[in-house]
Structure formats: C-alpha cells, structure tokens
Design a protein around this ligand. Structure first.
Ligand SMILES: Nc1nc2c(ncn2[C@@H]2O[C@H](COP(=O)(O)OP(=O)(O)OP(=O)(O)O)[C@@H](O)[C@H]2O)c(=O)[nH]1
Ligand SMILES: [K+]
Ligand SMILES: [Mg+2]
Length: 554
C-alpha cells in the first residue's frame, strides 16, 4: 500500500502475510510511481516490482521499530581515561581536577600519596582522603589536598571517577596537569566530555544534559529554576511516560494487525483512540505553556511605546541605570529601536526603547515608527507611556480628563499584554492630580502607575508592582499562579519534536478504522518524535550541537 504520512511524505507499506514491512527505498518508490501510479491508501501488487530478489536491503521490518532504542557505540578514544580542571583557572582557595575512566584507580596509585593509610590499600569510595599529589615519574610533591574516589556506575559519568581538590594557583595547576599528561593511559578531556559519558552511560538523558548546560549558564533566578527542573529529570519523567503511553496505544493497534478481527475484543481501536486523545491533550497543554517556559529560559521581550516626548527614553535609562538612550525635549528624538538586557525580579528581560508614534512626513522618523510598530507587535509585553499633563491637556474638569483618557486609551488598551505608565506627574498641580487619580480607577487599565521620572516620585512603587506582576505571570513565585504551574517545556528543540508528535497523533485520530496499518505507522512516528527529545532516537546528529558549548571539565 502506498500511504501518505502526517509529514506529507509518501511511504510504501508492504504487507507480507502476517507481518508488515515498511519501505522508503527511493528506487522502489520511484518504480511504483512510474509503473503503477498508485492511489494513496489502495493496496497494489508488488510482486512484479520486487521480483525474485525479495525486498530491498533498506526495507526495514515494520514491527517494533518504535521500541528499539539507539545505543551509542563508543570508540577506543571515547573509552580512555580522561582528566580536566573542572573549576575556572585562576587564583582561588580550591581547584578540582576531575578524572574519569577505567584507569582512574591506576592513576590514583601513581599520583595520590595518602598521609595516614597504607599506600597499597585501595581507597574506600565516596570518602575524602588527605593526601599529597606527587609526580608519577619523579615522585616530587606537587601540592597537598584532598582526594576522593567515586566508584562506577554510581558516579557522575557512570565510570570510576576521581577528584583531586588542590590549591588553585597557576603553577600548582599546571604542574599537576603536566604530571597527568605523562601518564600514557589517560588524556585531557574534550569540552563536555564528562557529561557526554554520563549521557552514554544512561545517567542522564538529553533533556537533563541540556538542563545542565542551561544551569551552568543561568544568570537569573528564572533561568536557574527551569534549568534545575530539567536537570533534576522532571521533563525526562514526563516524556518517558508520554512515550510509554504512545507505545501502549501502538501495541493495541498492532494487535489488530496481527490477529484476525474475530480473535480481538470489540472496541479496541476506540479504546486506543481515546488514549490517543488524552495523550494529545497532555501534549497540547505543555505546548500552550511553552512560550512562558521559553521566556523564563531565554528572556521576555518588553517594549516601551507611546506618543513622542512622553519620557520613553527617560524610562529606558531609568531601567538601565545609565544614559543608554538620548533624551532631549525635541519630540522625535528616538529613531532606532534600542535594546538592553535586564534582570527584573529574577526574569531575564530584553527591554526595547522605540520611536514616539505619530503622523509624520520625515522619512527617517517614519522608518523609525515602522520599526517601533514591528517591535511592539512582536513583544511579549509592553509599557505604554503617556504624559499626565498631555492627558489633562489644559482642561482640569473631570469630564475633559475622562474624555482625553478615553480617546487615547480606547484604541490602544485592547490587549492583556499592555501596561500603562503615566509620567511627568511633577508637572501637574496637586489638586488636579488627586482628581485624576480617583478617576483612574474607573478605566479598567492595567498598570496606570503615575510617576515622575524627573523627580523619582512613584518610581519605586511602579518597579515593585511591575516586578510582582512579572513574577506571577511567568511562574517565578512558588505557589501555583493564575498562569498555571511552572512550564516543563522551555526549549525550542523540544517544542518542535512535541509538535511533530502531536501532528502524528492527530493524523492517527483522523485515519479511518479500516486503515489500521497506516494508523499504527502514525503512532510509531509519534513515539519516535518523543524519543528524539530524550535522545533515545537519532542521537548522533544533535549530540555534537548540544555538547559543543560545554566547557572543558564538565
Ligand atoms: N518634568 C518632567 N520632564 C520629564 C519627565 N520625564 C521626562 N521628561 C523630559 O521630557 C523630555 C522628553 O523625554 P524623552 O525621554 O526624550 O521622551 P521620549 O518619549 O523618549 O521622546 P521621543 O524619543 O522623542 O519620542 C525630556 O526633556 C525629558 O527630560 C518627568 O517625569 N517630568
Ligand atoms: K524627546
Ligand atoms: Mg526617546
């Protein structure tokens, strides 16, 4: 049967007696194309195409491919004992040199001289020993410190691991690393090689490896939280369960293929479809939280916008705590989009200052306004800055103020993602401000903080409230929030595969009950897509990319 999969590719499903094979052999597919012009979903006789030579070489057996997991095969170099400095080089109290591999204990005997215990006895694992670190050839004492032995497989890499805790100084470290390089059975580790071994030993899956990399690179609280969650295996747990559920569902469908219909209980396909609907719902929930997770991990896009001269660049400088943008009393000062990275309440934020929005014939300003509009449209959140004196606009009666605010706000404040900031409060007479303040309650607008960037009035309250809002919206507070629990998926690589899995599950739900073979195929692809996230499937092509950015010693 010639079938079309959810990704739009054509596949050839070959039904031979009770088992089913699957082929994507291009020669065969081309042959089918040119000879038979098959209709997708219709069975065709392959005997004439395959001939006596049987099925093509790369025509895989169809059953159970989803369950088979890819094992990494390590080369000799990958099995060798490795060592590296695991702390940053430089002057400090302590440096840790990590050693991992089959010859770790042999290395211990060559360079670790215990102070109290007899040299010949092997170290007890997971116990610190006071020791001298000596040169393996000359026996010269290079430093004094502590040594610990982690016995594989209960170690970071799953292999025997040693750690030498020595004094962190340039000469000490280079003498010890040089001494280790004299040993023929070990070599300096590549960047990320310890973690790569942990992955190869099954101590971590890919989501934990990525989490660990994020944890090392985390600069804000939110980045630390999502990274730690991944490192601790929460995502791994969820994905493992998801894949098991898909494979269970597949098992039911395969039972339908293997046994004739009268041997099978009724309703088995309906049951599988019900399970698949639940799976699809779970994936959908995580995907809808993805942007929130991505913000916690990679940063929130926050844009400042508003009419000219209201103090947008002054606000930008207030956040930056330096004169990052030009501020003048000339309307239309800012043209380009300016950006700075901030940490607001633990959340990484990319803040953008934009050109004031107004009708203009000036070509430069016009371009600036186009850029501003693009930025505002793509921002996750924006701060709409207005000038209080402009709102009051000469009139001080409650009516005229209301009318002004209504007309300005009505067109802009349609989205949940806009917060209003009213600036230049210092320019209003106190009684006008008080009248305005009571009126502000009735416009149901988010924010509406009245501040003065010139005098600093109200800025502290604004910052505190805004920080709190960000923390609640993006799950930085520990109790569950209105926006739901902390997102599990925060990495684009993961969301892409989850979307693929969801597409295949939906395709499975859409297949007609008569097409069991095709239905099973969709589920198999869904399981494979999930396996790609954890690294059970198609490991090689992503590994290099993921490990490339690790430092040496990790
Ligand atoms: N009195 C007073 N003046 C302010 C306040 N905030 C900003 N200004 C002044 O308002 C003028 C405009 O400020 P900017 O920060 O350049 O305003 P902007 O919105 O970036 O202006 P454009 O980039 O031209 O759209 C400057 O002269 C500021 O010093 C305030 O709170 N009170
Ligand atoms: K200005
Ligand atoms: Mg400006």
């Amino acid at each position: 049967m010639f079938a079309r999969t959810a990704t739009g590719q054509y596949r050839l499903l070959i039904h031979t007696g009770s088992s089913v094979c699957f082929a994507s052999n291009s020669r065969l597919v081309t042959a089918v194309h040119s000879r038979a012009c098959p209709t997708p979903g219709r069975h065709i006789n392959l005997c004439s195409l395959v001939g006596s030579s049987g099925l093509p070489d790369n025509c895989r057996r169809y059953r159970n491919t989803a369950q088979s997991e890819q094992k990494l095969v390590l080369s000799d170099a990958q099995r060798q004992t490795i060592y590296a400095l695991s702390t940053p080089p430089g002057k400090a109290g302590i440096a840790v040199i990590r050693i991992s591999g089959p010859d770790a204990l042999r290395l211990w005997r060559s360079v670790v001289q215990l102070k109290k215990t007899k040299q010949e006895s092997l170290p007890e694992p997971w116990k610190f020993y006071r020791c001298r670190v000596v040169h393996p050839e000359s026996g010269e004492v290079l430093d004094e410190g502590l040594a610990v032995y982690f016995k594989g497989p209960r170690s970071f890499t799953g292999e025997d691991v040693l750690e030498l805790h020595v004094h962190s100084g340039r000469a000490v470290l280079s003498s010890i690393l040089n001494a280790l390089s004299c040993l023929p059975y070990c070599r300096l580790a590549e960047p990320g090689e310890f973690t790569r071994r942990a992955f190869a030993a099954g101590r971590m899956d890919l989501t934990q490896v990525e989490g660990l990399k994020d944890l090392i690179n985390a600069e804000t609280e939110s980045q630390r939280k999502v990274a730690l969650q991944a490192t601790a295996g929460q995502l791994r747990g969820w994905l493992t369960q998801l894949r098991t559920d898909i494979i269970k569902c597949l098992g039911h469908v395969e039972a339908l293929i293997d046994f004739s219909e009268e041997d099978i209980e009724e309703g088995i396909l309906d049951d599988a479809k019900q399970r698949a609907r639940d799976i699809a719902r779970h994936i959908g929930e995580q995907l809808s939280n993805f942007r929130r997770g991505e913000i916690m991990r990679s940063g929130l896009q926050l844009a400042i916008f508003g009419p000219p001269n209201v103090g947008k660049s002054s606000l930008f400088n207030f956040f930056a705590q330096r004169e990052a943008a030009i501020v003048t009393n000339v309307p239309g000062t800012t043209r380009d989009v300016l950006e700075i990275s901030l940490d607001i309440g633990g959340l990484p934020v990319v803040l953008a200052d934009t050109a004031g929005l107004r009708e203009t014939e000036d070509i430069v300003e016009k371009t600036g306004i186009e850029r501003a509009t693009d930025r505002i449209n793509t921002a996750d959140l924006s701060l709409f800055v207005l000038s209080l004196p402009d709102l009051v606009n000469g009139g001080s009666s409650q009516d005229s103020i209301s009318k002004n605010i209504d007309s300005i706000l009505a067109s802009e404040i349609t989205s949940d993602n806009i917060y209003v900031l009213l600036n230049k409060r210092d320019l209003l007479p106190t009684e006008t401000y008080e009248r305005l303040e009571s009126g502000l309650q009735k416009w149901n607008i988010r924010g509406a903080w009245a501040i003065s960037l010139a005098t600093g009035e109200g800025t502290r309250e604004f910052l505190e409230k805004f920080e709190q809002i960000l923390k609640e919206r993006y799950g930085l507070v520990d109790e569950p929030t209105a926006s739901g629990p902390r997102p599990l998926v925060s990495n684009a690589r993961h969301s892409v595969h989850l979307e693929t899995a969801l597409r295949f599950i939906n395709a499975f739900l859409d297949t007609s009950d008569a097409d069991v073979i095709l239905a099973a195929e969709e589920l198999r692809y869904a399981a494979q897509a999930v396996g790609k996230i954890t690294g059970h499937i198609d490991v090689d092509d992503v590994l290099d990319v993921i490990f490339r950015d690790f430092c040496i010693g990790k």
